[in-house]
Ligand binder design. Structure first.
Ligand code: SAM
Length: 224
């Protein structure tokens, strides 16, 4: 087999695994937004994990990405993305770039994605991957995302992909009126997935149920 033929075969294999992931894990559990499902079908999740884990990338579980961090379970990525109710004009902030997978999914649905990561090797690796995949509508930053990204605010949507003891007020302040914020909130072992919708006269809260994320560490998160 020539290298080109091998690549073609590989890509067909991952395409098939991706289709199964969408049908069996995501649609079957009730995610129905057609644009979200299309984005999950498009993004090559196996590129966001190390070589040794590529064949497991479409499994129904989170995977390690180094630095004691994880890429979230596909279903959770889809559910959180659907909760953001994105339109193609939206500007989105993600706190916790990690592997970059969630940002790549958001980038299929929004105008621009701003994503912040506090662990430098993960930040650098995700940046390289965004370039390689030509995801030019993702803007990256290295630092503590619990403070948000004041200069680029207000955002139409904000997503925290690490668990916080409470939603930082500073992030709610960076949300536009009509904006949606989704975050895992709770203690360091288990959280509830909460959606906050900012309205003219206050903030409405919706609980999507239990979840388990690594900790949001920073000024407005856990201390370590
Ligand atoms: N969205 C990621 C993905 O698609 O792979 C999943 C990320 S992982 C569950 C959570 C990430 O949040 C980790 O990479 C962690 O280093 C990062 N993190 C935790 N606290 C942070 C903070 N204050 N600012 C930015 N990133 C943070």
């Amino acid at each position: 087999m020539t290298p080109a033929e091998r690549m073609e075969k590989e890509s067909l294999k991952y395409q098939r695994l991706r289709e199964e992931m969408v049908r069996q894990q995501i649609e079957a559990r009730g995610v129905s937004d057609a644009a979200v499902l299309a984005a999950m079908r498009r993004v090559p999740r196996h590129m966001f994990v190390g070589e040794a884990l590529r064949d497991q990338a479409y499994g129904d579980f989170p995977l390690p990405i180094g630095e004691q961090q994880t890429i979230s379970q596909p279903y959770i990525v889809a559910e959180m993305t659907q909760a953001l109710a994105l339109t193609p004009e939206d500007r989105v902030l993600e706190v916790g770039t990690g592997s970059g997978y969630q940002a790549a999914v958001l980038a299929q649905l929004a105008y621009r994605v701003f994503t912040i990561e506090r662990i430098r090797p993960l930040y650098l690796q995700a940046r390289r991957l965004f370039d390689e995949l030509r995801l030019f509508n993702i803007v990256t930053r290295y630092g503590d995302g619990s403070n948000g990204w004041e200069e680029e605010s207000p955002f139409d949507a904000i997503i925290l992909t690490a668990g916080a003891p409470r939603v930082p007020e500073v992030l709610l302040n960076q949300l536009a009126v009509g904006g949606r914020l989704v975050a895992p909130v709770g203690n360091s072992h288990s959280q509830e997935l909460l959606v906050f919708v900012k309205e003219r006269d206050g903030v409405r809260e919706i609980n999507l149920g239990g979840c388990r994320f690594v900790k949001l560490i920073g000024e407005h998160g856990w201390k370590d």
